[in-house]
Design a protein around this ligand. Structure first.
Ligand code: BTN
Length: 246
């Protein structure tokens, strides 16, 4: 039986929990569900080669090792979908009166501000995924941010959280959704992901090739491609080809 977090390695400080697990997986055999959790990262990484900044001891920062060998490479984004759903559900449970959304590809937003990010690093073997390190950062008790586009559980609820309790909640939800993926519940996952998606079927502004365009999100494929209707035509975008203008 797979249990996310059967082993939790706790580090006071590390460069990046993703890098740590990737490095460990090169040196020894890891078991699915192994977690590394830290209080502070000196080189936390985000998507688009960005850094992930979080003040010491105030946020949830962890990575989990998985072996989604049942997923075809073309469907790799299904793993992102389930991780986003798990994180969204945990935030929703805590912030019951707020508007929690997934911003494509897999950021978690509350009331249009970012609360959490996900960085999944897959290793492929042919057309199969050999292993995936799932890194999650969730703003928990931090109340001041350099950007005004960020929010935390504490800012939303005025409560202080025990970070390890939040970790437990996320791991439980992750395991639930990961198993539904393993059992092939792709259709349910796809529709839940779309239901939670920011701007689905709503006209909004995007930045494409440095110009602002109006478009309507229609679909996110299981290879991660975003489909947007622009001037009545469906256009496909890879992650780096488009930005949301919120
Ligand atoms: C993003 O939104 O750009 C993704 C952010 C992912 C941050 C987490 S924190 C734990 C793990 N270790 C990292 O270096 N990054 C991920």
């Amino acid at each position: 039986m797979l249990v996310f977090g059967h082993t939790i390695e706790e580090l006071e400080l590390v460069a990046s929990t993703n890098d740590y697990l990737l490095d460990k997986s090169r040196k020894q055999r890891l078991f699915e569900g192994e977690v590394v959790f830290t209080h502070f990262q000196t080189k936390g990484r985000g998507q688009r080669e960005n850094s992930w900044e979080a003040l010491p001891g105030q946020n949830l920062l962890f990575s989990v090792f998985t072996l989604p060998t049942f997923l075809l490479g073309d469907n790799f984004f299904l793993l992102s979908k389930v991780v986003a759903l798990a994180l969204k559900e945990v935030v929703e449970e805590i912030c019951i009166n707020d508007n929690v959304e997934i911003k494509w590809p897999n950021d978690i937003y509350v009331n249009k501000k970012k609360i959490g990010g996900i960085l999944i690093e897959n290793q492929f073997k042919g057309n199969l995924i050999k292993q995936a390190v799932i890194g999650i950062g969730l703003n928990v008790n931090q109340t001041a941010f350099e950007t005004n586009n960020a929010i935390s559980l504490k800012l939303l609820t005025s409560k202080q959280f025990e970070i390890k309790k939040v970790l437990e909640l996320v791991l439980q939800r992750l395991e639930y959704f990961y198993l539904s993926l393993k059992w092939g519940k792709n259709k349910e996952i796809e529709s839940l992901y779309l239901e939670g998606l920011m701007n689905l079927n709503i006209e909004a502004n995007y930045l494409v090739d440095s110009s602002s365009v109006k478009g309507i999100i229609k679909q996110v494929k299981n290879n991660g491609v975003l489909e947007i209707e622009i001037n009545k035509e469906t256009k496909c975008f890879q992650f780096k080809e488009i930005r949301f203008l919120i």
